[in-house]
Design a protein around this ligand. Structure first.
Ligand code: HEM
Length: 300
């Protein structure tokens, strides 16, 4: 309930830690992705007119650079496991570097290949590399579903449930919630808590929540707006109403995001385990075919 002075209870306590990455980080990813897509597009458009060759000059250097970058990115799994690397900086920086090099390295190799097919051994190496990089991107997506962001700790059901409860308490303390909103959030929570029956059920749930969540968010915001216009908070001045709306909306979004994570956690955990099983052989295939390619081109 808003107090008579319109102070938002819980505001002083600070906002609950959000499961979304910070804006600067999302902006960085967006700019990086745009840069990479532009580079690929330009390379693809000029593939027939490019003067670059894989055998010499800049084309050759890009092949070496791409390969070296892909070797350097292996320092991340090493940093995760090797005891002697334990003190070499926070793991999140290694992980970020891994992902950046995992994209930049293959892009260098695409330029090395002039975006065209070549001999059989180079084609096999190229396909394996693209499969590994593609698999990495899929792994990144699954990873964010079972962690708090890309660089946060591993999510677990007890931690998520605790977070949802705390967010709910802060939400309920910030203003009197319209019954429509409370019922909507309760229904969502009940759907999230139904035990999963296998991978297919998990996939259906992930897709269902993916579609339903933006809709629920929209309806929740509309209900909140209506409530602030006509409910108990209607007596507050415009500025306070705006502040209260923004504050409560953030808690609602955070609550819904947490409920969504709870709903699909088990599914994505199993998927990530399967992904690991697939990623490693793909990586080994890439390594072997890459070595074969380098040996062949220098022998014949
Ligand atoms: C050719 C490029 C790449 C290679 C050779 C490669 C190789 C590897 C290897 C060897 C692992 C360790 C697996 C393990 O710990 O069991 C790994 C993990 C991972 N990679 Fe890559 N990767 C590449 C590109 C990418 C890209 C482009 C991304 C995402 C943008 C990515 C995301 C990940 C993720 C999320 C993990 C799992 C991290 C974890 O469990 O701690 N990788 N990669």
């Amino acid at each position: 309930m808003p107090t008579s002075s319109g102070t938002v209870v819980g505001e002083e306590a600070g906002h609950a830690s959000s499961t979304r990455p910070p804006l600067a980080s999302r902006l960085g990813v967006l700019l990086f992705s745009i840069g990479v897509m532009l580079a690929i597009y330009t390379g693809w458009q000029n593939r027939t007119t490019s003067l670059m060759t894989a055998e010499s000059g800049a084309g050759y250097a890009l092949g070496i650079l791409g390969s070296v970058l892909m070797l350097v990115l292996l320092l991340y799994p090493l940093r995760k496991r090797a005891r002697f690397m334990r003190n070499l900086g926070p793991i999140k920086y290694w992980f970020r570097t891994h992902m950046i090099l995992g994209v930049v390295g293959p892009v260098c190799v695409l330029f090395h290949a002039s975006f065209q097919w070549g001999s059989l051994n180079s084609n096999v190496a190229l396909v394996c590399m693209l499969l590994v990089a593609g698999s990495g991107l899929i792994g990144r997506y699954i990873y964010t579903r079972i962690h708090f962001g890309l660089y946060g700790s591993k999510a677990s059901l007890p931690v998520l449930t605790q977070h949802a409860m705390e967010t709910w308490e802060q939400l309920a303390a910030s203003t009197d919630l319209p019954p429509e909103l409370t019922q909507r959030l309760q229904r969502l929570e009940q759907a999230a808590l139904i035990p999963l029956r296998g991978l297919l059920h998990g996939a259906a749930r992930a897709a269902g929540f993916g579609i339903a969540v933006p809709w629920h968010e929209l309806r929740a915001r509309l209900a909140l707006r209506r409530h602030l216009q006509h409910g108990a908070a209607a007596v507050l001045d415009r500025q306070r109403k705006k502040q209260l709306y923004r504050h409560t909306r953030r808690y609602v979004s955070d609550y819904i995001a947490t409920i969504r994570k709870i709903a699909v956690l088990g599914f994505y955990e199993r998927l990530f385990a399967l992904w690991h099983v697939l990623h490693m052989p793909l990586f080994l295939m890439m390594l072997i075919t890459g070595i074969v390619h380098v040996v062949f081109v220098h022998m014949y």
